[in-house]
Design a binder for this molecule. Structure first.
Ligand code: NDP
Length: 285
C-alpha cells in the first residue's frame, strides 16, 4: 500500500457503512485516498496507534465501538470537545502528532436541526443512555438551547455520574438522572418535547427501548441507532404521531464533519448520502 489512507478502527467493523460513503466522497472530488476498515482487537489498540503515528501516509482515522474512550490517552492531544464528551470518533494528523476529536455532537446537532426544520428546540429532553453517543447528544442539546434534560440509564449510577459532569459543565441547565423503569420512562417521555434514544438496544435485535404509550403527536424523537429500514423505535413513535428519525443523518453528518477535518474541503454530502443508501440497501439483502 503506497497511497494515503484513512482508517476506521473498531471491533467488529465489517458491517460499518462508513467505508462506502467516505470512499465515494474521496473518489468524487478526485482525492487519491483509500478509506479502509481495520478490525482492531482491544489488546492491539496501543500498538496500532503507534503504527499509525509512525506512518505519514495515514492522514487520520475514525474510531468506533469499543475504542472511542480507550483510545483517548493513546493520542498526543485532544480537542476540548473530545475531552468534554469523553470519547474520540475522529483522529487527524498534525505532523507526527495524532489529535483526537469528536464529530458525533456535530452530527447529532445537524440531525436535530433537520428534524426541527426551523421550529424551536423543545425545552425538555429525555435522553435514554449514558454512553458515548448519549454524551455527544447531550453536548449538542446544550448548545441547541434545551433547558431541562432527564438522563435515564439501565445502570443508574452511570446516569448519575453523567448528570454530575453535565451540571459542572453547564450549571444553568436543569439535569437529573432517571431510573430505567418502564412506567417512569413513559411519564418522562410524555412530558418531554424531545426523546433521544442512545443505547445499543435495537441495533441488531429490533428491541424497543420504550413502548408506544411513551409517544404522542407534537413530540420529536431521535433514535441514534441506525439499522436498514425503519428502527422499531422510529416505527412506534411515528405510529403514535411523533416526528421521528433514526441515526442515518447523524452518522452521515459526523462523517461529513470528519471528511472536512481531514481534507479542509467541503464534504460532498449528496454523494455520501447516495453511497450510504446504496450500501445500506445492499447490507439489507
Ligand atoms: P456505549 O457502549 O458507550 O453505551 C452503551 C449504552 O447502551 C449504555 O447507556 C448502556 O447502558 C446501554 N445499554 C446496553 N445494553 C443495554 C440493554 N440491554 N438495556 C438497556 N440499555 C443498554 O455505546 P455508544 O454510546 O457509543 O453507542 C450507543 C448506540 O449509539 C449504538 O447503537 C451506536 O451504534 C449508536 N451510535 C450512533 C451514532 C450515529 O452517528 N448514528 C454515533 C455513535 C453511536 P449501561 O450503562 O447500563 O450498560
Amino acid at each position: 500500500m503506497s497511497g494515503r489512507r484513512i482508517l476506521l478502527l473498531g471491533h467488529p467493523v465489517e458491517h460499518s457503512l462508513s467505508p462506502a460513503f467516505q470512499q465515494a466522497a474521496f473518489d468524487s472530488i478526485g482525492l487519491p485516498v483509500t478509506y479502509e476498515a481495520m478490525d482492531v482487537a482491544p489488546a492491539d489498540l496501543a500498538r496500532v496507534v503507534a503504527e499509525l503515528r509512525a506512518d505519514p501516509l495515514v492522514m487520520g482515522a475514525n474510531v468506533t465501538v469499543p475504542h472511542k474512550e480507550k483510545i483517548a490517552p493513546l493520542l498526543d492531544s485532544l480537542t476540548d470537545e473530545a475531552v468534554q464528551i469523553g470519547a474520540v470518533n475522529t483522529i487527524t494528523r498534525a505532523g507526527s502528532r495524532l489529535v483526537g476529536r469528536n464529530t458525533d455532537a456535530a452530527g447529532f446537532r445537524g440531525a436535530l436541526n433537520g428534524l426541527l426544520d426551523g421550529r424551536r428546540t423543545p425545552r425538555h429532553a429525555l435522553v435514554l443512555g449514558a454512553g458515548g453517543a448519549a454524551k455527544a447528544a447531550i453536548s449538542a442539546l446544550v448548545t441547541a438551547g434545551v433547558a431541562q434534560i432527564s438522563i435515564a440509564n439501565r445502570h443508574l449510577a452511570r446516569a448519575e455520574r453523567l448528570v454530575a459532569e453535565v451540571r459542572k459543565a453547564s450549571p444553568h441547565l436543569t439535569v437529573r438522572a432517571a431510573p430505567w423503569h418502564e412506567g417512569l420512562l413513559i411519564e418522562e417521555a410524555q412530558i418531554a418535547g424531545l426523546v433521544v434514544h442512545a443505547t445499543t438496544l435495537g441495533l441488531s435485535d429490533g428491541a424497543l427501548p420504550l413502548p408506544a404509550a411513551a409517544f404522542r403527536a407534537g413530540q420529536f424523537v431521535i433514535d441514534v441507532v441506525y439499522a436498514p429500514g425503519e428502527t422499531a423505535l422510529v416505527h412506534t413513535a411515528r405510529a403514535a404521531g411523533a416526528e421521528a428519525i433514526d441515526g442515518r443523518e447523524m452518522l452521515l453528518l459526523q462523517g461529513a464533519a470528519a471528511f472536512e477535518l481531514w481534507t479542509g474541503r467541503p464534504a460532498p454530502l449528496e454523494v455520501m448520502r447516495a453511497a450510504f443508501d446504496a450500501a445500506a440497501g445492499h447490507a439489507q439483502k
